[in-house]
Design a protein around this ligand. Structure first.
Ligand code: UD1
Length: 419
């Protein structure tokens, strides 16, 4: 199991190119199951989660080819049962349910694994499938959905914590081949949902309203192959922005979509940084005093839960008291105990972290517990005195393409040890 050594007290400067979005690429690859014709997806990041998805597609019978960032998937004949051994490794494998149900009218998947960020149900996905006429059975750790035919319907995907991103994706992918009109109310508005909708439209689907709370889908008889380029990864971009805020002297991100990062950029401006945006670039520089923040993670377009841990790493050394609440995953604070081991002063009250900024963190051996928490620990290490040893870095490899090389190219000193 690899570990990462982060040598602290380095300054970052320069330009870094942002990869394609993991959270877009995963459902888009799954959507290739909806047609027998080849689909060509470009700007697919090289990540272990993507590797798992491609393995699942191969196991389902797809021909999969990959040449650098371009993946071709041809799903001429597919089976409908995904193997537990792979599915359990990644929660996002649940998004093969929608396209398989749409195309084959049945699908079986193990109940999802993946990040340990609290209880992560899929009740809203299943509610959506049922509204389309599917029967849902949960048995021996598997969920099976089955429909003699799928009929369009009005479905609300509003849950206790807002909408559901993969749930919206799943229902949309099932509904594109359903008979008649489907209306998804309380749909997730995330840019990744829009990216998937654009890919489905390129395949011949009829979808309106993606990116709003109401998506309307007119079912079609069949879809065809298509080409698509995945949008830039706004969470990778946000993570580099926070790294640059923590210890940068001017860092520019390229191939990024600033419009997807409005809430993150606003927060960083409020925290005292100078942020400049251009069409596909963002530059962040120090601008005098850092300020504490009150931050609420909420569904898009608000501040993303996937950036909450990284912001905690920044605020841990920002003078004053910051208050960070996660309204999407209130239990997503595993990074707090590790940051405390590095000298942070953070108090947890339910889904809220009260952060008393300290002057300095000190390097320590820490344990990555989930994807974004591990990124937060690397960022904490960049500003710490001494060396931070981040263990279980397979979490970080699930979602960041060469994070160590990219940070090193900006001036960090990060070593990866094969253990
Ligand atoms: C996606 C992202 C993940 C991000 C999350 C929220 C991918 C691959 N992952 O995950 O990085 O953190 O959106 O922005 O795109 N919920 C239910 N019932 C359900 C589904 C969800 O109650 O059936 C709850 C969840 O527990 C959570 C909230 O709804 O509290 C949002 O979860 P959801 O949007 O579904 O997250 P994912 O789509 O799994």
């Amino acid at each position: 199991m690899d570990k990462i050594l982060v040598h602290g007290n380095r300054r970052l400067k320069g330009t870094v190119r942002i990869s394609g979005s993991k959270n877009s690429a995963l459902p888009i690859l799954a959507a290739a199951l909806l047609t027998r014709e080849p689909c060509v997806i470009s700007r697919v990041p090289d990540l272990s989660d993507i590797h798992y998805m491609l393995t699942i597609l191969s196991e389902l019978g797809c021909e999969v080819e990959r040449a650098s960032g371009v993946v071709t998937v041809k799903a001429e004949n597919v089976t409908t049962e995904a193997p537990y051994e792979i599915v359990r490794k990644m929660r996002a494998s649940v998004c093969i349910l929608g396209p398989l149900l749409g195309r084959e009218k049945e699908a079986t998947v193990s109940l999802p694994g993946g990040c340990i960020i609290g209880d992560r149900p899929i009740d809203l996905h299943l509610r959506g499938f049922e509204a389309l006429g599917a029967a849902v059975r949960v048995q021996s750790g598997n969920v099976k959905v089955l429909a003699p035919e799928l009929r369009g319907s009005t479905i609300s995907l509003r849950g206790k914590f807002g909408s559901t991103v993969l749930g919206t994706d799943n229902v949309m992918m099932a509904a594109v081949l359903a008979e008649g009109t489907t209306v998804i109310d309380g749909a997730a508005e995330e840019p990744e949902v829009v990216d998937l909708a654009n890919f489905l439209i390129a395949m011949g689907a009829k979808i309106e309203g993606a990116g709003t709370r109401r998506i309307i889908i007119e079912g079609v008889k069949e879809l065809h192959g298509a080409e698509h380029e995945v949008i830039p990864d706004r969470i990778e971009a946000g993570t580099f922005l926070v790294a640059a805020a923590i210890c940068g002297d001017g860092v520019t991100l390229t191939r990024v979509e600033p419009g997807h990062l409005t809430a993150v950029l606003d927060s960083l401006s409020q925290a005292g940084f100078q942020v400049e945006t251009d069409k596909n670039r963002i530059t962040i520089s120090p601008n005098g005093t850092r300020r504490p923040l009150k931050l609420d993670a909420l569904p898009y377009p608000s501040f993303p839960t996937d950036m909450q841990a990284q912001m905690c790493a920044l605020l841990a050394t920002t003078d004053g008291i910051s208050v960070v609440t996660d309204n999407v995953f209130p239990q997503r604070f595993m990074h707090v105990s590790e940051l405390k081991r590095m000298g942070a002063n953070i108090e947890l009250q339910g889904g809220t972290a009260i952060i008393h900024g300290v002057e300095k963190l000190s390097g320590a051996p820490v344990m990555a517990s989930d994807l974004r928490a591990s990124a937060a620990l690397v960022l904490a290490g960049l500003q710490a005195e001494g060396v931070t040893e981040v263990n279980r870095v397979y979490h970080i490899d699930r979602g960041y393409e060469s994070i160590d090389d990219k940070l090193n190219s900006l001036g960090a000193e990060i070593e990866r040890l094969k253990v």
